[in-house]
Design a protein around this ligand. Sequence first.
Ligand code: OGA
Ligand code: NI
Length: 333
Amino acid sequence: MENLLSAASHETLPDSFVFPAEQRPPPSSAAVALPVIDLSAPRDEVRRAVLEAGKELGFFQVVNHGVPEQAVRDMEACCEEFFRLPAEDKAAFYSEDTDKPNRLFTSTTYGTGGERYWRDCLRLACGFPVAADAKNAWPDKPDGLREAMERFIAPTRALGMELLRLLCEGVGLRPDYFEGDLSAGDVVVNVNHYPPCPDPARTLGLPPHCDRNLITLLLQGSVAGLQVSYRGDWIRVQPVPGAFVVNFGHQLEIATNGLLKSVEHRAAANAAVPRTSVATFIMPTDDCLVAPAAELAAGGGGAGYRAVTFREFMRVYKTVGARRESVEKAFKI
Ligand code: OGA
Ligand code: NI
């Protein structure tokens, strides 16, 4: 618990958070903006925009996405409030046991060289639809957090499934390709909290990583910090109020035989204000065998990835680390 960043204020950056110069955030970065896609536009247009951005960047933002504004606002407010709770209220939830589905921890589980990241994380998980016992395993403070989570998860998951349908239509898979085991695993919500950092130029909130799931829907909040890898540079993603940032996990890359890529991203720390982001991950079931879709492997020169159960993927991912290159080495043919 003494590790929790949000339990104290910080005047200097402890050595364990200082990274080698080449890993630090850059002084400037690419002038490329992430596309903002209006999901209320005609479906043909949306399908094209989603596919184009997905292929070029692996990342885009969506507005008019159908998740009620109130559900987003309540979720963000409860999450921010959680991290403002006195340390003793958070202590019960703190755990370094990575097998625990619901827990509070600091830094990251990505296999790293022992360096620490300027981030606290409240991880919440549930099946879908949300069962009562899943809900009871979430923190009971602040008031309203459990209800906000429950009201947020259903429409956010539905948005993810709708984006998957659009992508399927775009790449030539049947629209319900990702219904079933490929998306029926836990819904995991990572509430990332980056407290003000005394020396943000020498550290990072999250290391460069690709997400391990199928598709990710991220609420950035109003403070910038997310950076997306693009042609050797890092795009700083400008927050758009109420928008979700969408990106693809490794499972979507494998299933689409690399047509849609899981792109590296990271989070910078900042000195001025705390930043809280809410990442929702849709995942396959543990036993689901994830493999390139036959329709997509047939067109190009065969399957580019080996078939792997999601459980086995996660086991290997834990040992090789989060960098794209090492995951590719393990699963690309
Ligand atoms: C994540 C992530 C980025 C952010 O939780 O996987 O990439 O801006 N978060 O917090
Ligand atoms: Ni991520």
